[in-house]
Design a protein around this ligand. Structure first.
Ligand SMILES: Cc1cc2nc3c(=O)[nH]c(=O)nc-3n(C[C@H](O)[C@H](O)[C@H](O)COP(=O)(O)OP(=O)(O)OC[C@H]3O[C@@H](n4cnc5c(N)ncnc54)[C@H](O)[C@@H]3O)c2cc1C
Length: 442
C-alpha cells in the first residue's frame, strides 16, 4: 500500500516500479498501454490531495535523482526528475548556484514540486515551475518528447511547456527537467510579532519591505509573526544548532501549535506563549538561501491553500477572522500567508496574476470539514485557485472559469494522453475525464 506523508491518502498499486533509467520509465508506460491500465509517478508523497494516488502502475522515482548536466556560465542545469529538492540545493551550492526560490520544505522531488505549482514566498518571485526551460516527457503511448521553451513560441498549437510546467502529473512521466538557476545567495532573516491591525494598516511595508516575507497568523488571536527574508552579500551568520532546533523544530512545530489551540479560549495565555517563545528565538541571522527558505516540518497536519489576487487580501483576511470565530473549536496550527509573482504556466494557481497564498491547517486527526468548507467558500467569492497538492473540494466545472487557458491545457492532455494512461479519480474530478478530440470540441 502507498500512503502520502499526511497519512490522509492511500492507494494499492498493481505494481511498484523503481526505475533508474529512462528506458525503464518508457517500458513501464508501454506495458501499461499494452495492458490498458494506468501509470502514476510519485515523488515524496508530500501532497495532501489524492493527486498521486494510483491503482495502476506506481513509478517511484527516488532512485532517479542525478544531475546530468550543469553549465556554470549560463546556470542552466539538467537533472533526473526524481531528484529531491534538498539534494538539488546541495548539488547547486557546490557549483556556486541556487534555485531562485523554495517553499517551506526541501523533501519533495523536483518533478512532484513543479507538477503541483509549488511556490515559495516573495511578490517578485514566481513558483519553481517558472524556472523550468525544458524537459523530456514520456507520453501515454510511451513516446519521448524533448520539450523546450522555444517550441512553445513556434508552435501554432497549444503550448507544451506552458502546460507541462504545472502538469498535475496528467500529461506524462517527466524524465528529465532543465532549469534556469541563479548565482548562490544568502538571506538575512528578521522575525517579529505584529498586531493584526498594525499589519493591515501598513501592509505594503510587509509585502515589499523584504524579498521573501512570510506571515503566520495565530487563528483567533490578533498576533501575526512576520518573517522578513532579504537577499544579501553578507557572510553567513547562522544560528547555533541548538537555537535552530528550538526555533524550527520545537517552536514552529509544537509550541506555536499549542498557542493556537489555546488562542480562542484563553487569548492572553496564547499571547504569552507566542511572545515568550518568540523572545527565546534568534531574531536575526544570515544563512545560505535554501537553509533559510526550508525548515523541518514534523508535526503532521492537513492543509488547504488558495491563491487570490493581492488587492482582495484585507477583505479575505477579515472574513477569515469571522470564520475562525464561528468554527468554535480551537484551530491548533497557524495560518500561513505568502505573496508571489504571477507566471504563465497554463494551470499555475498564479496564472497571469500576482497572488497571495493563504493556507489553513489542522492537525491530521482533527476534523476539518467545517473549517475547510468555510475557508473554500470565502475563496470562491474571490476567484480563488486551490493548490493542486493540497485539500480542496473543487471540480472541473467550478475550476474551468478560473483558468483563462483551461481549454488549451485540455487540448495538450488529449494530445499527450488520449487514452487516460496517467489519470486517476482526483484528476477525473478536477480536470474532467479524458475526452476524444471530437468530444472535446463539442
Ligand atoms: C509539510 C509540507 C510543506 C509544504 N510546503 C509547501 C510550500 O511551501 N509551498 C508549496 O507550494 N507547496 C508546499 N507543499 C506541497 C508540496 O510541495 C506539493 O504537494 C508537492 O507536489 C509535493 O511533491 P512530491 O515530490 O511529494 O510529489 P507527490 O505528492 O508525490 O506528487 C505530486 C504530483 O506530481 C506528480 N509527479 C511526481 N513525479 C512526477 C514525474 N516524474 N512526472 C510526472 N508527474 C510526476 C505526481 O503524479 C502527482 O501528480 C507542502 C507539503 C507538505 C506536506
Amino acid at each position: 500500500m502507498w500512503r502520502n506523508w499526511g497519512g490522509n491518502q492511500a492507494s494499492v498499486p498493481i505494481r511498484w516500479h523503481r526505475p533508474t533509467t529512462e528506458e525503464e520509465l518508457v517500458a513501464v508506460v508501454r506495458r501499461a498501454a499494452a495492458e490498458g491500465t494506468t501509470v502514476k509517478a510519485v515523488g515524496a508523497g508530500h501532497s495532501y490531495s489524492a493527486i498521486a494516488c494510483t491503482s495502476g502502475h506506481l513509478v517511484d522515482l527516488s532512485g532517479y535523482d542525478r544531475v546530468l548536466a550543469a553549465d556554470l556560465d549560463s546556470g542552466v542545469v539538467t537533472v533526473q526528475a526524481g531528484i529531491p529538492l534538498w539534494k538539488l540545493a546541495d548539488e547547486l551550492a557546490v557549483r556556486g548556484r541556487a534555485l531562485e526560490v523554495l517553499g517551506d520544505i526541501n523533501v519533495q522531488s523536483l518533478a512532484g514540486a513543479i507538477s503541483t505549482g509549488t511556490h515559495g514566498p516573495g511578490i517578485g518571485y514566481a513558483n519553481l515551475a517558472s524556472r523550468v526551460i525544458g524537459c523530456r516527457l514520456i507520453d501515454g503511448q510511451g513516446q519521448v518528447h524533448d520539450i523546450a521553451a522555444a517550441d512553445d513560441d513556434a508552435a501554432g498549437e497549444a503550448p507544451l511547456l506552458a502546460a507541462v510546467r504545472v502538469g498535475l502529473g496528467a500529461l506524462g512521466l517527466l524524465s528529465t527537467i532543465t532549469l534556469q538557476t541563479v548565482p548562490a545567495f544568502n538571506l538575512r532573516v528578521i522575525e517579529r510579532a505584529l498586531r493584526v491591525d498594525r499589519l493591515l494598516a501598513d501592509l505594503d511595508a510587509v509585502v515589499y519591505g523584504s524579498d521573501h516575507p512570510g506571515l503566520f497568523w495565530f487563528p483567533g488571536s490578533d498576533v501575526v509573526l512576520v518573517r522578513q527574508r532579504t537577499r544579501t552579500d553578507e557572510w553567513p551568520r547562522p544560528r547555533s544548532k541548538r537555537a535552530a532546533w528550538w526555533a524550527d523544530v520545537a517552536v514552529d512545530n509544537y509550541v506555536f501549535d499549542a498557542a493556537c489551540s489555546l488562542s480562542s479560549r484563553f487569548p492572553s495565555v496564547a499571547r504569552s506563549i507566542i511572545s515568550g517563545a518568540s523572545a527565546k528565538r534568534p531574531h536575526e541571522w544570515v544563512d545560505r538561501s535554501d537553509r533559510v527558505f526550508t525548515t523541518p516540518r514534523l508535526a503532521r497536519v492537513l492543509e488547504m491553500e488558495y491563491a487570490v489576487a493581492p488587492e482582495v487580501f484585507p477583505e479575505v483576511f477579515e472574513r477569515l477572522g469571522r470564520l475562525v470565530d464561528s468554527v468554535g473549536t480551537p484551530l491548533p496550527v497557524p495560518v500561513e500567508i505568502r505573496w508571489t509573482k504571477g507566471d504563465d504556466a497554463l494551470l499555475s494557481h498564479a496564472h497571469r496574476r500576482d497572488s497571495v497564498y493563504i493556507a489553513a491547517h489542522v492537525h491530521h486527526r482533527q476534523p476539518y470539514d467545517q473549517y475547510f468548507a468555510g475557508f473554500e467558500s470565502i475563496m470562491d467569492d474571490y476567484d480563488g485557485r486551490p493548490h493542486w497538492g493540497k485539500l480542496h473540494f473543487q471540480t472541473a466545472e467550478t475550476l474551468t472559469p478560473r483558468y483563462p487557458r483551461w481549454v488549451e491545457f485540455a487540448a495538450v492532455r488529449r494530445r499527450l494522453d488520449p487514452h487516460g494512461r496517467f489519470t486517476n479519480p482526483y484528476l477525473d474530478r478536477v480536470l474532467g475525464p479524458i475526452t476524444t478530440d471530437a468530444e472535446g470540441a463539442s
